[in-house]
Design a protein around this ligand. Structure first.
Ligand code: AMP
Ligand code: GLY
Length: 422
């Protein structure tokens, strides 16, 4: 099989690494990729939001399967365009991707299918939203109804913060608000993520994870794309997972099918677990980053068989071969992230790291500089990822990898996994 992966982060490096272990993969191309992916696959510099460029690359390279990593090309309908031109794709249509791109679409699915989620109200003007929150108790959650790169959600513990969030959102400071703003009831509990493959009809759970969204140790400070993750998530016990699948995932997939919008790809459910009951906080229509890194480390070569079965509507025949293992990913980011930071610092020591089925340093924002040097080129830059019989074992391996990396401009959190390790 000739495979094309779209994307260039740690998620796509881990997908490429797992897929290359499967003998069914003849050729792997990643567009645009990064310095780490270049060491294992051919990278092609195209604009992955441009359907003509993606279709031409797929045609020129006789691609049998395209795997779409990030949400942006899915939201733009790149999967639809490829399917129209006869190319097999892993990833939902733009319409089905509304499960991530439109919070009001998802809330409507939840209402029809009676899925447990936070009660909400939808507003198109700051005045109406302000009047509504004055009658509410705190905390309360305020969200832009659209993609906002993780910045469009404010959990307000008092009225001043809530009013400020509404004003900032409607002023367009936290993302696009042409689709309005949602004000949601706050659900207390522990957050965890459940990942399932869906082929339009059937689903197959492929693992659970928890991530650390905040930049600071103890989960404080600004939100980031994710400073680390581990799998499995102990809070998602077999019983709670089963509830989430029966009460949240299946009803969603059934409702999508009934509306004529079958969902194909990976569905990432962000859940809040309150007193043994899972509530849906949000859906993402792609693998998480850095959650993919821990899932891929645990799935290895079978990831490709599972992805292929998803595209061929054969998930009912598949099962995941689980090892009783744990994986953890520690993100190294450029100092200053998620605010201002400088690109261009050199990273050394990566060549001393082992690359095995138990430890890999996946690259996120890296590029190759002069004389082959590895250069930091973004906020999140490296993902030290390890697997072990216990989370503690994986944790020790991942942190020892970090110690071997020489990068004075980088930083990482020392406490990834604290909740599960405690
Ligand atoms: P979202 O982008 O919708 O996942 O929201 C970002 C973060 O805000 C989530 O990961 C939660 O930590 C928090 N959050 C969102 N909605 C709620 C809610 N209804 N109750 C409590 N926390 C929430
Ligand atoms: N790590 C969170 C995400 O990928 O959305």
């Amino acid at each position: 099989m000739n495979i094309l992966i779209l994307g260039g982060g740690g998620r796509e490096h881990s997908l490429a690494w797992a897929i290359l272990q499967n003998p069914k993969c003849d050729t792997l191309i990643v567009a645009p990729g990064n310095a780490g992916i270049k060491q294992i696959a051919r990278c092609v510099e195209i604009d992955i939001s441009n359907s003509t460029q993606v279709k031409n690359l797929a045609k020129d390279e006789s691609i049998d399967l395209v795997i779409i990593g990030p949400e942006a090309p899915l939201a733009l309908g790149i999967a639809d365009q490829l399917r129209i031109s006869g190319v097999r794709v892993f990833g939902p249509s733009a319409h089905a991707a509304k499960l991530e791109t439109s919070k009001s679409f998802t809330k409507d699915i939840c209402a029809t299918a009676k899925i447990p989620t936070a009660k909400f109200a939808h507003f198109f003007s700051p005045e109406a939203a302000e009047n509504y929150i004055r009658s509410k108790t705190y905390p309360i959650v305020i969200k832009a109804d659209g993609l906002a790169a993780g910045k469009g959600v404010v959990v307000a513990f008092d009225e001043i913060t809530a009013l400020q969030a509404i004003n900032n959102l409607f002023a367009g400071q936290l993302g696009d608000v042409k689709n309005g703003v949602l004000v949601e009831e706050f659900i207390d509990g522990e957050e965890a993520s459940l990942f399932v493959l869906c082929d339009g009809e059937e689903i197959l759970p492929i693992g659970t994870a928890q991530d650390h969204k905040k930049v600071g140790e103890g989960d404080i400070g600004l939100n980031t794309g994710g400073m680390g993750a581990y799998s499995p998530a102990p809070v998602l016990t077999a019983e709670i997972q089963s509830k989430a699948i029966q009460q949240i995932i299946y009803p969603t997939i059934k409702e999508m099918k009934q509306r004529g919008i079958p969902y194909q790809g990976v569905l990432y459910a962000g859940l809040m677990i309150n007193d043994g009951t899972p509530y849906l906080i949000e859906y993402n229509v792609r693998f998480g980053d850095p959650e993919a890194q821990v899932l891929m480390m645990r799935l290895g070569a079978q990831a490709l068989d599972l992805i292929q079965a998803t595209c061929e509507a054969r998930l009912s025949e598949m099962q995941v071969n689980w090892a009783n293992d744990h994986a953890i990913c520690i993100v190294m980011a450029t100092k200053g992230y998620p605010q201002n930071f400088c690109k261009g610092s050199e990273i050394k020591g990566l060549d001393k790291l082992s690359q095995t089925s138990h430890e890999m340093c996946f690259h996120a924002g890296t590029k190759i500089g002069k004389n082959g040097a590895i250069i930091a080129n973004s906020g999140r830059v490296l993902n030290a990822t390890a697997r072990g019989a216990t989370l503690k074992e994986a944790h020790n391996i991942a942190y020892s990898m970090i110690k071997a990396i020489e990068w004075s401009e980088g930083f990482y959190r020392q406490d990834i996994g604290w909740r599960a390790l405690d």
